[in-house]
Design a protein around this ligand. Structure first.
Ligand code: BDP
Length: 341
């Protein structure tokens, strides 16, 4: 009996060694440009998006998929899954990192949990405006920080616009940080955003984007913060009518993939993907600027109480400690961003 088991074990071992070799040679084949998927093979990939159909980022993703399919003569199909059906942003970021998902368009916030150096691109009151942010993202600083992401198995393909974020709540007009005291404010599930709320004297409640509406409605939270189009598209304006234009932060948004997914494609297809993503990013930004205006008008017409601040100095002062905590070690980059026109 014992001998039998022994022979069996040896056989199993030999078999596993043999199959190990086979998959290795397959892997080697993937690295050889000539042996990447045959030009006629059709590949279907998935892209995750939390926003609904019709939102600018979803439309950008659809444009990305269209361009890739067209330029590869239908060999690469990208299926876009909007509305968070593949998971919240924290989860899809992890899925892309592990290679379980091909693409995701997310806010940079969940990505900073893997690569903290990216926090430097989302410090409060860092950019003068959206154009300034895009000059940084598309310049040396943006490229350098994106390269850090590759060490985590993630390839950043394009930047999308997410505008400036503002506070809104169910309770009262916010005219100064003083008015935020005691409010429970939902934030994205990342340290920097939690610290920002604490610095302003309110209590942060980290929650996935899709849970915010009901949390506002049931009073689990008093408020949240986001850009005009998200405040509109999610219907948050229906339940939290006090909106303050404090523009405390601009968080870049990113279309990303996994390094192994990219490496499994021919150099030519990789370039098609990169180029299509860049064009989709530009397209999204055009749509973004229109949607900001449209959403603003829509929520005003629906009765939101919009508070414009004479100055946001008090907010700026209160959040400055975040430059120490989250920007530590990146003083040069911060200075370079501030000094870029
Ligand atoms: C929106 C972003 C989206 C984020 C969401 C949030 O477009 O990527 O998930 O905010 O606050 O503005 O979670």
């Amino acid at each position: 009996m014992k001998r039998f088991a022994c022979i069996f074990l040896v056989l199993v071992l030999m078999l596993s060694l043999l199959t190990g070799c086979a998959s290795q040679s397959e892997e080697a084949a993937v690295d050889t440009p000539d042996e990447t998927p045959a030009a006629t093979e059709t590949i279907t990939m998935r892209l995750a998006e939390v926003h609904a159909e019709g939102y600018s980022t979803t439309m950008g993703n659809r444009e990305f998929a269209r361009l890739v399919e067209e330029r590869t003569d239908g060999r690469i199909k990208i299926e876009v899954y909007p509305g968070g059906v593949l998971g919240d942003e924290k989860s899809v970021t992890e899925q892309v990192q592990f290679g379980a998902l091909d693409f995701a368009r997310v806010s940079l916030a969940p990505v900073t949990e893997f690569e903290p150096s990216l926090n430097v691109l989302m410090l409060p009151y860092l950019y003068k405006d959206g154009d300034h942010m895009f000059r940084i993202l598309n310049g040396d600083i943006g490229n350098q920080l994106l390269a850090n992401l590759e060490e985590n198995g993630i390839v950043g393909l394009a930047w999308y616009d997410g505008g400036a974020r503002n506070f809104y709540n169910t309770q009262r007009e916010i005219k100064s940080p003083e008015d935020m005291r005691g409010l429970q404010i939902r934030v994205q599930e990342t340290r920097l955003m939690m610290d920002l709320i604490t610095a302003l004297g309110a209590s942060p409640v980290p929650l996935p984007f899709g849970d915010v509406y009901s949390a506002l409605q049931t009073g689990v939270i008093d408020g949240a913060e986001n850009n005009w189009p998200s405040y509109d598209s999610t219907g948050h304006y229906e339940v939290a009518k006090y909106f303050t234009v404090d523009e405390h932060i601009r968080i870049p948004e990113i279309l990303m993939t996994n390094t192994k997914v990219m490496e499994s494609l021919s150099a030519e297809d990789q370039e098609i993907i990169r180029q299509a993503a860049r064009e989709a990013g530009e397209y999204q930004r055009t749509l973004w600027l229109q949607s900001e205006e449209e959403s603003k008008q829509k929520v005003i017409d629906a009765g939101s109480v919009i508070t414009y601040l004479e100055s946001n100095e008090e907010f700026q002062e209160a959040v400055m400690p975040l430059y120490e905590t989250h920007g530590a070690g990146y003083g040069d980059i911060i200075e370079a961003i501030i000094n870029t026109n």
